[in-house]
Write a protein that binds this ligand. Structure first.
Ligand code: ZN
Length: 281
């Protein structure tokens, strides 16, 4: 099942188009795309019995962030060995670094992003987990059953802000407006042949700059959920950016950052594509 946010309303997406959930359910479920995760089991049960319904055409540009207002946004750093190496940082052994992307940075899948003046803006394609059941001290073996689905994300990062000062400012440098595009929708875990082995890729225009698989994570989704939920309960609708493979701009020689006019295309297999066009401020 694919669900998402079409012009602010929760929709199911079928091969035929979009189905408005509030209308198709006769008002049983709210049109608020964020609210569905609070009633996830109920909703998944209803959706599984939904027969043939009329779907309508829609424009991809009308899609907004599938989880527009999560209570918590987690992001995992250095979750690939080769990305830690290119970043000149130690490979984490017991648990990776965790930060947030502030919620106002969230956006839909197809957007225009303003480059902060004087910044070094970089790309990080990532798998994003959406929590479907409250997770508190969950063991890795039970972790996937707390996940509603997966979506694609870009952890866009302004490296000067991120690395300024006596200690890094990961959360701030990665939270300019539009720096957390998500989408195009949330795909439920059952749709993946192997949810622990998903391909990620990102390109600027035609040039592919990152290509990785989540099977190369240092800490897979179950280990991330176990480690986070040991400290803080994960709430329905929370999201987790799971970390990026090698190939970011700051790790290149010479370093390379996004320029006005660049189009960043991020793809996650089994989910879809994000497309960001960058402009000067
Ligand atoms: Zn990242």
């Amino acid at each position: 099942m694919r669900i998402g946010n079409l012009s602010g309303r929760l929709n199911l997406f079928t091969d035929g188009g979009a189905v408005d959930v509030a209308e198709a359910s006769g008002g049983r479920f709210s049109p608020d795309p964020q609210a569905i995760y609070d009633v996830w089991d109920d909703f998944a049960g209803w959706a599984s019995t939904l027969g043939q319904v009329d779907a309508t055409d829609f424009q991809l540009t009308d899609l907004q962030a599938p989880t527009p207002a999560p209570a918590q946004v987690f992001a995992i750093g250095l979750n690939y060995r080769d990305h830690a190496v290119e970043s000149n940082l130690a490979v984490p052994d017991t648990f990776p670094p965790v930060f947030t992307k502030f919620r106002t940075a969230l956006s839909g899948p197809i957007t225009t992003v303003v480059l902060p003046p004087g910044g070094h803006v970089d790309w990080e394609v990532e798998l994003v987990v959406v929590i479907g059941r409250r997770a508190e001290r969950v063991a890795a073996a039970d972790a996937w059953s707390h996940v509603a689905g997966l979506t694609a994300g870009q952890d866009i990062s302004e490296r000067i802000t991120q690395l300024a000062g006596p200690a890094p400012q990961f959360s701030l440098g990665k939270s300019f407006p539009g720096f957390a595009p998500l989408g195009p929708w949330v795909v439920t875990v059952d749709e993946f042949e192997d949810p622990d082995d998903i391909q990620l890729q990102c390109a600027v225009g035609e040039e592919i700059l990152q290509n990785g698989r989540t099977s190369d994570f240092l800490f897979g989704v179950p280990a991330i959920i176990e480690g986070l939920s040991r400290v803080t309960p994960l709430l329905p609708g929370d999201i987790i950016f799971c970390g990026t493979p090698a190939g970011v701009g700051i790790g290149r020689d010479p370093q390379r950052f996004l320029q006005p006019g660049d189009v960043l295309i991020s793809q996650v297999s089994g989910i879809g594509e994000l497309r960001q066009t960058f402009i000067s401020s």
